[in-house]
Design a protein. Structure first.
Length: 277
């Protein structure tokens, strides 16, 4: 499944009003385990922050303002806007003891716990100190982050993929396909079949002609057969109704000739006519 399909599914997903968002994506098994159907949890109040006012992004260098790691600086690895959370690499870690069994004592693993947006501050690139930020516009009309203390522009971090590649800084190698070659249109649409195209490429001459199809003829025959069946059903209904009325009124057998013409119904009038002839 394509990434765009997954993103569209996530955008269209509807969750209850009391759904508690966490560090796991809502459609994962871990998130479903924490939010089983029918379970009511205490509502968490989150200070709303507009998307255009959000100033911390993945890859920014921040400093922790409170907690056990106060004063330490680190790089933001994850951002959770639903809860105003950020995760800083290597800081605010919690250790868990897992993997304990009968013969194995287990091991400690470190998990980075999220931090609230109010507990961190961006670092000013001029003096490497925490600062408040503001959104402003340059003379070219570009919206940028500016340090409130020094007025220095804090650029947004470049997007880095999981394999460590930054698309904006990538340089094509000798074996890479250039964008011009990738965007070049080399396909020419044709009404020929695959066999005909292969024969044309291989210069194969075929004297025989393909069998002609009459799709319109098949449709016309189908319509005629449908009308024929409808007429038969309609005629049968009329005969059944006439027979019923004949039994109720005890009609004379000679009147049956009006109901069944000669040679069709096989009634008494038709038989008398054949004998007389």
């Amino acid at each position: 499944m394509r990434l765009t399909s997954l993103l569209s599914m996530a955008a269209k997903a509807a969750f209850p009003h009391d759904y508690r968002y966490g560090t796991n994506r809502p459609w994962t098994v871990a998130a479903r385990r924490l939010n089983p159907p029918g379970k009511k949890r205490r509502k968490v109040f989150v200070e709303p922050v507009a998307s255009e006012d959000w100033s911390v992004f993945r890859g920014d260098v921040v400093e922790i303002l409170s907690g056990k790691d106060k004063g330490k600086q680190g790089k933001v690895t994850q951002v959770f806007r639903r809860r105003n959370w950020v995760i800083v690499e290597g800081l605010n870690t919690h250790y868990r003891y897992v993997g304990r069994s009968g013969d194995y004592r287990g091991t400690y693993i470190a998990n980075e716990a999220p931090l609230l947006l109010k507990d961190i501050s961006l670092i000013d690139p001029t003096d490497r100190k925490p600062t408040e930020t503001q959104w402003r516009f340059t003379e070219e009309g570009e919206r940028v982050r500016v340090s409130a203390r020094t007025g220095r522009i804090i650029p947004k971090p470049l997007f880095q993929r999981k394999d460590g590649i930054i698309p904006q800084q990538w340089k094509d190698g000798p074996k890479d396909t250039s964008p011009e070659d990738a965007l070049q249109k080399t396909f020419t649409p044709s009404l020929k079949t695959l066999e005909e195209e292969v024969m044309e490429k291989m210069n194969i001459q075929e004297d025989g002609r393909p069998r002609r199809s009459y799709c319109h003829k098949i449709c016309e025959d189908t319509e005629k057969q449908k009308r024929r069946i409808q007429n038969r059903v309609r005629t049968g209904e009329q005969r059944d109704s006439c027979l019923y009325r004949g039994h109720m009124k005890r009609l004379d057998p000679r009147d049956s000739e009006q109901l069944y013409p000669r040679g069709e119904g096989g009634g008494s009038a038709g038989q008398a006519a054949e004998v007389s002839d």
